[in-house]
Design a protein around this ligand. Structure first.
Ligand SMILES: O=P(O)(O)OC[C@H]1O[C@](O)(CO)[C@@H](O)[C@@H]1O
Length: 243
Protein backbone atom coordinates (compact mmCIF):
# COMPACT_ATOMS: atom_id res chain seq x y z
CA UNK A 1 0.00 0.00 0.00
CA UNK A 2 1.17 3.48 -0.84
CA UNK A 3 0.72 5.84 2.13
CA UNK A 4 0.58 9.57 1.41
CA UNK A 5 0.32 11.97 4.33
CA UNK A 6 -0.66 15.63 3.92
CA UNK A 7 -0.78 18.58 6.33
CA UNK A 8 -4.54 19.13 6.12
CA UNK A 9 -7.79 17.53 4.89
CA UNK A 10 -7.87 20.17 2.14
CA UNK A 11 -4.51 18.90 0.85
CA UNK A 12 -5.85 15.33 0.90
CA UNK A 13 -8.82 16.43 -1.22
CA UNK A 14 -6.58 18.18 -3.76
CA UNK A 15 -4.37 15.11 -4.14
CA UNK A 16 -7.30 12.71 -4.51
CA UNK A 17 -9.01 15.01 -7.02
CA UNK A 18 -5.75 15.17 -9.01
CA UNK A 19 -5.62 11.37 -9.13
CA UNK A 20 -9.27 11.04 -10.21
CA UNK A 21 -8.78 13.71 -12.88
CA UNK A 22 -5.70 11.90 -14.24
CA UNK A 23 -7.54 8.58 -14.34
CA UNK A 24 -10.60 10.08 -16.03
CA UNK A 25 -8.51 11.83 -18.66
CA UNK A 26 -6.64 8.60 -19.41
CA UNK A 27 -9.84 6.54 -19.47
CA UNK A 28 -13.03 8.56 -20.14
CA UNK A 29 -15.28 5.49 -19.65
CA UNK A 30 -13.91 4.91 -16.14
CA UNK A 31 -16.05 2.80 -13.76
CA UNK A 32 -15.90 4.85 -10.58
CA UNK A 33 -17.20 3.75 -7.19
CA UNK A 34 -18.32 6.67 -5.01
CA UNK A 35 -18.50 6.74 -1.22
CA UNK A 36 -20.43 9.02 1.11
CA UNK A 37 -19.64 10.37 4.58
CA UNK A 38 -18.27 13.67 5.83
CA UNK A 39 -14.77 12.97 4.53
CA UNK A 40 -16.04 12.89 0.94
CA UNK A 41 -18.13 16.08 1.00
CA UNK A 42 -15.34 18.50 0.00
CA UNK A 43 -14.05 16.07 -2.63
CA UNK A 44 -17.24 16.30 -4.67
CA UNK A 45 -17.17 20.09 -4.46
CA UNK A 46 -13.55 20.08 -5.63
CA UNK A 47 -14.27 17.73 -8.54
CA UNK A 48 -17.17 19.91 -9.67
CA UNK A 49 -14.88 22.94 -9.67
CA UNK A 50 -12.59 21.33 -12.24
CA UNK A 51 -13.42 21.16 -15.93
CA UNK A 52 -13.63 17.39 -16.30
CA UNK A 53 -15.65 15.43 -18.81
CA UNK A 54 -17.86 12.96 -16.95
CA UNK A 55 -20.04 12.11 -19.95
CA UNK A 56 -18.59 8.65 -20.58
CA UNK A 57 -17.91 7.39 -17.06
CA UNK A 58 -20.03 4.96 -15.06
CA UNK A 59 -20.77 5.59 -11.41
CA UNK A 60 -21.51 3.01 -8.71
CA UNK A 61 -22.55 3.71 -5.13
CA UNK A 62 -20.71 1.83 -2.40
CA UNK A 63 -23.56 1.30 0.06
CA UNK A 64 -27.08 2.37 1.06
CA UNK A 65 -29.30 2.34 4.12
CA UNK A 66 -31.86 -0.46 4.09
CA UNK A 67 -35.42 0.86 4.11
CA UNK A 68 -34.64 4.18 2.41
CA UNK A 69 -35.70 4.64 -1.20
CA UNK A 70 -33.18 6.31 -3.51
CA UNK A 71 -35.21 9.55 -3.34
CA UNK A 72 -35.33 9.61 0.49
CA UNK A 73 -33.48 12.79 1.56
CA UNK A 74 -31.23 10.89 4.00
CA UNK A 75 -30.33 8.13 1.52
CA UNK A 76 -26.78 7.93 0.21
CA UNK A 77 -28.27 7.97 -3.29
CA UNK A 78 -29.88 11.36 -2.65
CA UNK A 79 -26.64 12.66 -1.17
CA UNK A 80 -24.55 11.53 -4.15
CA UNK A 81 -27.14 12.79 -6.63
CA UNK A 82 -27.32 16.20 -4.97
CA UNK A 83 -23.63 16.66 -4.19
CA UNK A 84 -22.21 15.27 -7.41
CA UNK A 85 -24.24 13.40 -10.03
CA UNK A 86 -26.73 16.14 -10.91
CA UNK A 87 -24.33 19.10 -10.88
CA UNK A 88 -21.81 17.04 -12.89
CA UNK A 89 -24.50 16.55 -15.54
CA UNK A 90 -24.49 12.76 -15.31
CA UNK A 91 -27.33 11.00 -17.10
CA UNK A 92 -29.38 8.56 -14.97
CA UNK A 93 -28.18 5.61 -17.08
CA UNK A 94 -24.58 6.39 -16.10
CA UNK A 95 -25.31 5.97 -12.40
CA UNK A 96 -26.11 2.86 -10.39
CA UNK A 97 -27.44 3.10 -6.85
CA UNK A 98 -28.34 0.30 -4.46
CA UNK A 99 -32.08 0.43 -3.86
CA UNK A 100 -32.60 0.46 -0.10
CA UNK A 101 -36.35 0.12 -0.61
CA UNK A 102 -36.19 -3.01 -2.78
CA UNK A 103 -38.57 -5.79 -1.79
CA UNK A 104 -35.90 -8.43 -1.38
CA UNK A 105 -32.37 -7.55 -0.23
CA UNK A 106 -30.86 -10.74 -1.67
CA UNK A 107 -32.34 -10.07 -5.11
CA UNK A 108 -31.28 -6.43 -5.01
CA UNK A 109 -27.75 -7.50 -4.04
CA UNK A 110 -27.64 -9.94 -6.96
CA UNK A 111 -28.94 -7.29 -9.35
CA UNK A 112 -26.20 -4.89 -8.24
CA UNK A 113 -23.52 -7.53 -8.51
CA UNK A 114 -24.63 -8.26 -12.10
CA UNK A 115 -24.45 -4.52 -12.92
CA UNK A 116 -20.90 -4.43 -11.63
CA UNK A 117 -19.97 -7.52 -13.63
CA UNK A 118 -21.56 -6.15 -16.81
CA UNK A 119 -19.49 -2.99 -16.39
CA UNK A 120 -16.36 -5.14 -16.18
CA UNK A 121 -15.83 -4.35 -12.50
CA UNK A 122 -14.69 -1.13 -10.87
CA UNK A 123 -11.64 0.72 -12.18
CA UNK A 124 -11.41 3.07 -9.24
CA UNK A 125 -13.16 2.99 -5.85
CA UNK A 126 -13.22 5.74 -3.23
CA UNK A 127 -13.25 4.60 0.39
CA UNK A 128 -13.51 6.18 3.81
CA UNK A 129 -12.93 4.60 7.21
CA UNK A 130 -15.45 3.98 9.97
CA UNK A 131 -14.39 4.78 13.53
CA UNK A 132 -14.84 1.08 14.36
CA UNK A 133 -12.77 0.00 11.34
CA UNK A 134 -15.68 -0.54 8.99
CA UNK A 135 -15.12 -0.34 5.27
CA UNK A 136 -18.19 0.67 3.29
CA UNK A 137 -20.76 -0.85 5.66
CA UNK A 138 -18.73 -3.99 6.28
CA UNK A 139 -18.80 -3.96 10.05
CA UNK A 140 -16.30 -5.79 12.31
CA UNK A 141 -16.77 -9.53 11.80
CA UNK A 142 -17.32 -9.22 8.02
CA UNK A 143 -15.62 -11.96 6.04
CA UNK A 144 -12.87 -11.31 3.50
CA UNK A 145 -15.00 -13.24 0.99
CA UNK A 146 -18.18 -11.17 1.60
CA UNK A 147 -20.18 -9.88 -1.38
CA UNK A 148 -22.92 -7.29 -1.84
CA UNK A 149 -25.47 -8.06 0.86
CA UNK A 150 -27.69 -6.83 3.66
CA UNK A 151 -25.67 -6.02 6.80
CA UNK A 152 -26.67 -5.03 10.32
CA UNK A 153 -25.22 -1.72 11.49
CA UNK A 154 -23.49 -1.46 14.85
CA UNK A 155 -24.58 1.08 17.48
CA UNK A 156 -21.23 2.82 16.99
CA UNK A 157 -21.83 3.27 13.25
CA UNK A 158 -25.38 4.52 13.83
CA UNK A 159 -23.97 7.07 16.30
CA UNK A 160 -21.23 8.10 13.85
CA UNK A 161 -23.78 8.69 11.08
CA UNK A 162 -26.54 10.27 13.19
CA UNK A 163 -25.78 13.74 11.80
CA UNK A 164 -27.81 13.02 8.66
CA UNK A 165 -30.77 11.95 10.82
CA UNK A 166 -31.20 15.01 13.02
CA UNK A 167 -28.50 13.81 15.43
CA UNK A 168 -30.61 10.87 16.62
CA UNK A 169 -28.79 7.48 16.38
CA UNK A 170 -32.14 5.70 16.82
CA UNK A 171 -33.36 7.33 13.61
CA UNK A 172 -30.44 5.83 11.63
CA UNK A 173 -31.58 2.62 9.89
CA UNK A 174 -30.29 -0.48 11.64
CA UNK A 175 -29.32 -2.23 8.39
CA UNK A 176 -27.80 -1.40 5.04
CA UNK A 177 -26.87 -2.84 1.67
CA UNK A 178 -23.14 -2.76 1.11
CA UNK A 179 -20.54 -3.94 -1.34
CA UNK A 180 -18.70 -6.78 0.35
CA UNK A 181 -15.00 -6.89 1.10
CA UNK A 182 -14.38 -9.23 -1.86
CA UNK A 183 -16.20 -6.79 -4.18
CA UNK A 184 -14.12 -3.88 -2.93
CA UNK A 185 -10.84 -5.76 -3.14
CA UNK A 186 -11.61 -6.65 -6.79
CA UNK A 187 -11.62 -2.97 -7.80
CA UNK A 188 -8.50 -2.28 -9.83
CA UNK A 189 -7.48 0.78 -7.80
CA UNK A 190 -8.57 1.99 -4.37
CA UNK A 191 -8.27 5.55 -3.04
CA UNK A 192 -8.62 5.47 0.74
CA UNK A 193 -9.31 8.85 2.39
CA UNK A 194 -8.77 9.09 6.14
CA UNK A 195 -8.77 12.45 7.91
CA UNK A 196 -9.19 13.79 11.43
CA UNK A 197 -8.14 12.83 14.94
CA UNK A 198 -11.16 10.55 15.43
CA UNK A 199 -9.52 8.11 12.97
CA UNK A 200 -5.93 8.15 14.37
CA UNK A 201 -6.17 5.04 16.51
CA UNK A 202 -8.24 2.90 14.15
CA UNK A 203 -6.06 3.80 11.15
CA UNK A 204 -2.93 2.61 12.96
CA UNK A 205 -4.74 -0.61 13.92
CA UNK A 206 -5.98 -1.14 10.35
CA UNK A 207 -2.42 -0.94 9.02
CA UNK A 208 -1.09 -3.45 11.55
CA UNK A 209 -0.49 -6.85 9.88
CA UNK A 210 -2.03 -9.33 9.51
CA UNK A 211 -5.51 -8.33 8.28
CA UNK A 212 -8.29 -9.34 10.64
CA UNK A 213 -12.08 -9.56 10.43
CA UNK A 214 -12.16 -7.50 13.64
CA UNK A 215 -11.04 -4.51 11.52
CA UNK A 216 -12.51 -4.92 8.01
CA UNK A 217 -10.43 -2.03 6.61
CA UNK A 218 -7.28 -3.99 7.48
CA UNK A 219 -7.93 -6.14 4.37
CA UNK A 220 -6.81 -3.17 2.28
CA UNK A 221 -3.29 -4.31 3.19
CA UNK A 222 -3.83 -7.14 0.68
CA UNK A 223 -4.81 -4.95 -2.26
CA UNK A 224 -2.00 -4.35 -4.77
CA UNK A 225 -3.11 -0.85 -5.84
CA UNK A 226 -4.38 0.97 -2.78
CA UNK A 227 -3.27 4.48 -1.90
CA UNK A 228 -3.97 5.85 1.56
CA UNK A 229 -4.49 9.61 1.59
CA UNK A 230 -4.32 10.72 5.23
CA UNK A 231 -3.91 14.08 6.94
CA UNK A 232 -1.41 14.64 9.75
CA UNK A 233 -4.12 14.23 12.40
CA UNK A 234 -5.26 10.80 11.18
CA UNK A 235 -1.69 9.67 10.54
CA UNK A 236 -0.38 10.83 13.94
CA UNK A 237 0.14 7.26 15.20
CA UNK A 238 1.78 5.99 12.00
CA UNK A 239 5.51 5.73 11.44
CA UNK A 240 5.45 6.77 7.74
CA UNK A 241 7.35 9.85 6.60
CA UNK A 242 5.00 12.80 7.15
CA UNK A 243 7.11 15.49 5.47
O1 LIG B 1 -16.36 10.11 6.43
P1 LIG B 1 -17.10 9.69 7.65
O2 LIG B 1 -18.35 10.49 7.87
O3 LIG B 1 -16.21 9.64 8.84
O4 LIG B 1 -17.62 8.20 7.38
C1 LIG B 1 -16.77 7.09 7.22
C2 LIG B 1 -17.40 6.01 6.39
O5 LIG B 1 -18.52 5.36 6.91
C3 LIG B 1 -19.61 5.37 6.02
O6 LIG B 1 -20.56 6.23 6.56
C4 LIG B 1 -20.17 4.00 5.74
O7 LIG B 1 -19.97 3.61 4.44
C5 LIG B 1 -19.09 5.90 4.75
O8 LIG B 1 -20.08 6.61 4.13
C6 LIG B 1 -17.83 6.57 5.09
O9 LIG B 1 -16.86 6.29 4.14
Amino acid sequence: MRCLVFPSPADVIQAVADRIADRLQAQPDLSLGLATGRTMVPLYAELLGRSLNWQHCRIFALDEYWGLATDHPSSFAAELRQRFCQPAGLRPEQVQFLNGAALDPAQESQRYRRCLEQAGGLDLQLLGLGENGHLAFNEPGSARESRVRLVQLSDRTRQQNAGAFGGDPEAVPSAALSLGLADILEARELLWLVTGASKTKILAQALQPPPTTAIPASYLQEHPATTLYADHAAAAALTVDQS
